[in-house]
Design a protein around this ligand. Structure first.
Ligand SMILES: [Zn+2]
Length: 391
């Protein structure tokens, strides 16, 4: 009897939350992982894919991307599924006034699992609007999050330019009143610096994104990581990559990682410009972290299990038996490759000998991306047209 729908055979499974990093078969029945074992009988599966030389890991979780509200936003399926991302977090595109539109037009229309942060600004991530303190209603923001806890997981405070902590204070209040966390993207300015932000205004579980941005230097003049970053990490603040088109500089990332300051989570900050200029999809960001010395196992952990904990979705982020069948099937290419960064002084590159590329994406047991037709029959099996009906 065919008890499995899809069987992935001979791949290397890397599932950090279950401490698995070995050659195993994995079978899917309906929307769940039904078996992980040394050898699973092919005759019991409706479909079998040979995953030799491929890495099988939990569907990637992008903790910072833009699918709504921002003029450079991209529809989730196009920016996620080709790259192995099965779950994304929209980083504050909607505000409490616009979220219902996002829910209907984006979240409910996507194959990708989409969660969102609510911008502290009621109108959402419209650039000038993010300076409008009178539109930062923390009570209405918290109320909206409490109403839609199935989709909304926290608050975003971003791009506020005034010499004031008001946006952060209101964002924090909304997070507290909704029992969630706050993600912050705020450039330091004189009188409103990063040390005070991390020390006084952010608490355990809050996320600082764009950790290696040139405009938010993690390094002092001597290229050493500021001590207060380590102290903030000790206190429970989470540091997210948030690559984007202006927020990831190798000149910050390399010394910081060499000094032991790795990102907690790997995310793209995907939007039109970052996709075109930096190709900053999830496997690209993961390749960059590998090129800077983080192991493949840890890179996958920071792109699956850790973000699933932050989203508080324990059914995601791992591929143990009984878990949701969200899977990315990856290939490691060896050769010579250029990886592109960014910053306020332009784009530069780092050359590496290894990159990760996504091959197959499975979301809730369905193949939603198959780059080279692993799951398809050869074209010679195409049936003949029915000539008697047309001649
Ligand atoms: Zn962003």
């Amino acid at each position: 009897m065919k008890i499995y729908d899809i069987l992935l055979k001979n791949g290397t499974i890397i599932d950090p939350s279950n401490n698995i990093n070995s050659k195993l078969d994995i079978a899917i029945s309906s929307t769940k992982i039904s078996k992980v074992s040394k050898s699973i009988d092919e005759t019991k599966s409706k479909q079998t894919i040979d995953a030799s030389d491929l890495i099988i890991c939990p569907g990637l979780i992008d903790l910072h991307a833009h699918s709504f509200g921002y003029w450079e936003a991209i529809f989730p399926d196009e920016m996620c599924l080709p790259f192995g991302t099965t779950t994304m977090l929209d980083a504050g595109g909607p505000g409490w006034k616009t979220f219902d539109r996002m829910k209907d037009d984006v979240i409910r229309k996507s194959k990708t699992r989409v969660f969102s942060l609510l911008n502290i600004v009621g109108s959402g991530m419209i650039m000038d609007g993010e300076q409008n303190v009178s539109d930062m209603d923390y009570e209405a923001t918290a109320a909206k999050i409490n109403e839609r806890k199935d989709m909304l997981v926290g608050v975003k405070v971003a791009h506020f330019e005034a010499n004031s902590w008001e946006a952060i204070k209101r964002g924090k209040k909304a997070a507290e009143d909704s029992g969630t966390f706050m993600m912050v993207d705020q450039n330091p300015i004189s009188g409103r610096n990063m040390e005070v932000l991390l020390d006084k205004y952010m608490t355990s579980g809050d996320i600082l994104t764009h950790v290696y941005a040139w405009g938010k230097p993690i390094l002092d003049n001597n290229k050493e990581v500021y001590k207060y970053f380590f102290e903030a990490r000790k206190k429970g603040i989470i540091f997210d990559l948030g690559h984007g088109a202006g927020s990831f500089s190798f000149s910050m990332a390399k010394p910081a990682i060499d000094q032991g300051f790795e990102p907690d989570t790997i995310s793209t900050d995907h939007h039109r410009e970052s996709l075109l200029t930096n190709h900053s999809n999830m496997p690209n960001c993961m390749s960059k972290m590998m090129a800077l010395g983080i192991s493949l196992n840890d890179v996958i952990k920071k792109s699956t299990y850790i973000p699933s904990k932050i989203l508080n979705r324990p059914e995601l982020g791992h591929i143990g038996e009984g878990s949701e069948a969200d899977i990315a099937v990856l290939k490691i290419h060896n050769g010579k490759f250029g990886l592109i960064d960014n910053g306020l002084t332009g784009n530069r590159k780092l050359t590496t000998d290894k990159i990760i590329e996504n091959q197959i994406t499975i979301k809730a047991g369905k193949i939603v991306w198959d780059k080279e037709g692993y799951s398809y029959e050869n074209y010679t099996n195409t049936p003949s047209p029915s000539y008697k009906d047309i001649e």
